[in-house]
Every structure is written in structure tokens, then in C-alpha cells.
Design a protein around this ligand. Sequence first.
Ligand SMILES: O=C(O)CCC(=O)C(=O)O
Ligand SMILES: [Fe+2]
Length: 260
Amino acid sequence: MENDNSLFSELFGDDEDSHPGEHKSENDSVSDDILKVLQDCIVRSKHLDGFTPLKEETHVPGLALYRRALNPDLCSRYFDWLSSEYFSQTPQLGLECSQEPRLNQGMHFGSLNDANTPFGYLAELSQTLQELLPAKLCQREVMFDQAIINLYDAGEGIGDHIDLLRFADGIVGFSFGSAATMRLRPVVDASDRERAAHYAEELHDTCASEVTIRLQPGDVYALSGDARMQWTHGFPAFVDGAANVSSRRISVTLRKLQDD
Ligand SMILES: O=C(O)CCC(=O)C(=O)O
Ligand SMILES: [Fe+2]
């Protein structure tokens, strides 16, 4: 993509990750080693028998979930590489928040077509897991062209939101590190009570105002259709008075920019 950097700045502000070709520091070469270990693990995982991802039904239309999409070894290699590549300068927080601004988000723009790269492998996996995404999305020419990497330490979360409309339908999220509860809520406003009632019916007396899912490392979820556009998603900082993530969690979200 030609305008990667300006697009990045427009959407997310300036970030060092978006400037390729910089001088390599000592830290970069440590990161390269960790990358190599991850890539070896990816190759081994492709030949691993007996580890089967499990599809789980959800109560949200358009939300698909697979448990153990990645084996535990691969999960910890991803966690190590993401930590070192994106957050090596970010100290782990306890519950008391420091006053310092913390780097808690990384971004990768560009093709995710090479399944031998960390994000390319996740993109390929998303396409091969049956019905994770609707068939028409799996067939699009460019499946994903952006990965966002989010860091959460104990006591941190992300508010309920719908991803920017700048991104196309079909968003996929992978979880690493600590388990975490994701919360989804139908978008309800004064003009929309009928649809909310419809969801209440569909959920068979479950309260339509909230669906929660406990995500484990290695789980993958996809948001398409209603789950993408008619429901918010978020990770509350606290659940039932306790920190949602008990230690560090890192997620990778794959998205595709809308065609102009
Ligand atoms: O951490 C996650 O799994 C989700 C992050 C997210 O919703 C976002 O970056 O838009
Ligand atoms: Fe999101």
C-alpha cells in the first residue's frame, strides 16, 4: 500500500512502528530472534495432528468463536514475539496506574498474504476455520490488510464500541496471555426498540442487553454482519469487582480497509 504512513497517521496519529527502514537497535535483533522461534513454531504447527480447534455456538448473530485455534506452545511464542516487537518499552502495570503515558497499541499495515509471517498465518487460519467468517468474505481478493495489536495489563480494558466504519465487514480477533471477558451489547436507541426486542426473543429469555464470553489464550472470534454493525463489543476493566485480566493480555485484530 502506497500511503501506509499517511493513512496510519490520519487514523491513529504518529507511531514509530509505522516508519520502516529505521536504524536497527539491539532490541530489534532480540526481536528478530524471537520472530525466528515463532516462525519455526508456526511451521511445526502446520504439521501438528491431534490439536483440533472447537467451534462454539454464541448467542449473537454474526459472532463466531473457535476455542483453541492455536496450540499452547504457539500461543506463548506469539505472546513473546508481540511483547518484544511492540511493547518492549512498556513496563507491566499493577493495579495502581502510573502517570506516564503508556504505549498500549501497535499497528501493522499492508498485505497479510504470506502465511509464513506471524500475521499472515493468523489471516490464513481465519480463512480455513469453517464458518468463522461468511463464505463471501473469505473469497474476497484481499482478506485483511491491517493488524492492530492491543495490550491490556491488570485493571485495564477497552470501552464498548463499534469498530470504525472505515473498516470492512469481517473482523477477526486472536487472544494471547491472560484470559479476558468480552462483552457485547446490541446497539439500542430510541428509534430501535423493535430490533432490541427481536434480539431478546432470539436469545430465549436471556437478557438481550448483554452477552459475555470468557476468552482464553488461543481463542479466535469473528465479528460480521449484525455482530459487526448492530452490536458493540468491549472488554470492561473490571468484572464483578475484580480485574478482568489478571495479568497481561495481548490481542491481535485483523481487519480490512473499505475499498474506496
Ligand atoms: O482486544 C480485543 O480482542 C479487541 C480490541 C478491539 O476491539 C479493537 O481494537 O477495536
Ligand atoms: Fe473493536
